[in-house]
Design a protein around this ligand. Structure first.
Ligand code: F0G
Length: 405
């Protein structure tokens, strides 16, 4: 098994208690330090014996694959999106469609590792706060691992598909009177009291699985590193995990170029984009976050400082997009590429368009947009922004009239 330890991301202290999610010494964020020495002896092709997916990268993961709880996560397509590229005026654009994971979002990458870790520790009850996708994913993996599961959701603000999934997989679904940030505070209190094993991305094992999206993108591009990776940012676990993956690939000598990490937020929920604009290293909290992209309706991102470091260290960027731009880009991706993503995921496409127009993104750049969740998660938003079905009598003449044939 991969040798690793938990360290404080802020003060560097070793952390030995497997149930804490912040540093007992300074309260800082935690991080997994993997012993990368054995990987330095390996080549990328050595991993290709395993199918494309999270566990292909087991040497970079802090869990023994023998204990894995898996529903075949990862291995999602990287589309070369020529029509989209032409539409936005870019020479090369790719979409990594993580909405094709087992529960329809990128969360499965982190959850397979997080729940495997919970199993190693003998946890009986797992839990998380969520804007929807994390809860859907945890509920599925807890079912697979035969663990009890409690999810804390902001009341009335979770898309229908995600809520249905959490209920379907048998989680106890707590509809919390408050927003995501408040639901997370409550879940953290339960974890601090050791009543449940917390699987939000503040748990350092979760982001370890989320590193795999970066490993896959580089693998799928045959180690020809893209100039830029664009992704939506909410609680900021994903962008931080991707940054860590880049650092690890560099350290083992498998890449020498670094993609510019570009984090997109909704205009009404932009603690990181605002901090980037003000050149700050800590996020600027938003007390009342609001956006149609409910997945990223977050004002107090747990990994906000890690996200800002990821952006600054890679020479990346952060900006906001409006709800209108999100919905418009969601439709554009569907119309040009046949790919249906949820609103939060369309933020990366909206960000791409905005930053090309602003001259931040060069038209010759090779850009990968990560689309984190499936459009079917949130059918209500799609139905609202689409034309209504056309009433049609059961007659050929009627069809001909409607289709102007
Ligand atoms: N895209 C989707 C579809 C998401 O569900 C989320 C986060 C993000 C992007 C942002 O990722 O938090 O790592 O910056 N969803 C969490 C949840 C908060 O509870 O499902 P992040």
């Amino acid at each position: 098994m991969t040798v690793h330890k938990i360290v404080c991301w802020d003060c560097g202290a070793d952390v030995n208690d497997p149930y804490v999610n912040t540093c007992p010494k300074c309260g800082g964020l935690l991080s997994v330090k993997i012993d990368l020495e054995p990987i330095k002896e390996m080549k990328p092709k050595d991993l290709r014996k395993e199918p494309l997916g999270v566990w292909r990268y087991a040497p970079f993961l802090p869990v023994d694959p023998a204990n894995k709880v898996s529903i075949q996560e990862g291995g999602t397509p990287l589309y070369k999106t020529c029509r989209l590229a032409e539409e936005v005026g870019l020479s090369r654009a790719y979409v990594k469609f993580d909405g094709l994971n087992p529960t329809g979002s990128f969360k499965d990458r982190g959850m397979t590792v997080g729940v495997s870790r919970a199993k190693e520790l003998g946890a009986k009850i797992v839990g998380c706060a969520s804007t929807g996708n994390t809860s859907a994913s945890l509920a599925a993996y807890a079912a697979k691992a035969d663990m009890k599961c409690a999810v804390f959701l902001p009341s009335g603000k979770v898309a229908a598909g995600k809520l249905a999934q959490a209920l379907f997989y048998g989680a106890k679904v707590l509809s919390v009177d408050g927003n995501f940030d408040e639901a997370l505070d409550l879940a953290r209190k339960m974890a601090d009291a050791r009543k449940l094993y917390l699987l939000n991305s503040i748990n350092p094992y979760r982001p370890e699985g989320q590193k795999s999206v970066l490993f896959e993108i580089i693998d799928q591009l045959e180690y020809d590193v893209p100039d830029r990776i664009i992704l939506p940012v909410g609680n900021a676990g994903n962008i931080s995990a991707i940054h860590k993956a880049i650092q690890e690939l560099k350290e083992v000598g498998w890449i020498d170029k670094v993609p510019m990490l570009t984090g997109i937020q909704a205009a009404g929920a932009a603690p990181i984009a605002k901090a980037f604009d003000a050149e700050k290293i800590d996020f600027i909290p938003e007390d009342h976050p609001e956006t149609i992209a409910t997945a990223i309706r977050i004002g107090n991102p747990v990994s906000g400082r890690k996200a800002l470091r990821a952006i600054y260290d890679t020479g990346g960027y952060s900006t906001t997009v409006t709800d209108e731009e999100i919905v418009d880009s969601q439709r554009l991706l569907g119309k040009t590429e046949g790919v249906c993503v949820e609103p939060a995921s369309a933020a990366s496409i909206a960000g791409l368009r905005k930053l090309i127009s602003a001259g931040v993104i060069d038209r010759d750049e090779k850009v990968v947009c990560i689309c984190t969740g499936n459009g079917l998660k949130d059918p209500d938003t799609i139905i609202k922004s689409s034309p209504s079905p056309i009433p049609c009598k059961n007659s050929v003449e009627e069809v001909e009239r409607i289709l102007s044939l």
